[in-house]
Design a protein around this ligand. Structure first.
Ligand code: SF4
Ligand code: SF4
Length: 86
């Protein structure tokens, strides 16, 4: 869980394809707003996870707290199950 790491959407770049909202298995995005990515539960985001950002075709996702990262380790506990980090 993280309140210091979560996606920030650049709506100038976002094409509302919805890929990021489908990718996240942690309930960070508001599913009622799909395909528009709206961060609803930022505290559910896994520190260091870049799963949604890696898939964004528009480069519209950055992460609050990114500049504070000391390494690229993802704390996600579903690394082998949920696949959110891939
Ligand atoms: S996919 Fe990862 S980085 Fe993106 S919102 Fe979900 S937990 Fe956070
Ligand atoms: S993957 Fe990128 S372009 Fe697609 S909805 Fe998410 S932020 Fe927007």
């Amino acid at each position: 869980m993280s309140k210091t790491w979560y996606p920030v959407i650049d709506y100038e770049k976002c094409t509302e394809c919805g890929v990021c909202t489908y990718k996240c298995s942690h309930g960070v995005y508001d599913l009622k707003k799909v395909p528009t990515p709206v961060v609803l539960m930022s505290e559910n985001c896994i520190h260091g996870c870049r799963g949604c950002g890696k898939l964004c075709p528009s480069g519209a996702i950055s992460y609050l707290g990114d500049s504070m990262m000391l390494n690229n380790h993802c704390d996600c506990s579903c690394e082998n199950g949920g696949g959110c980090c891939g």
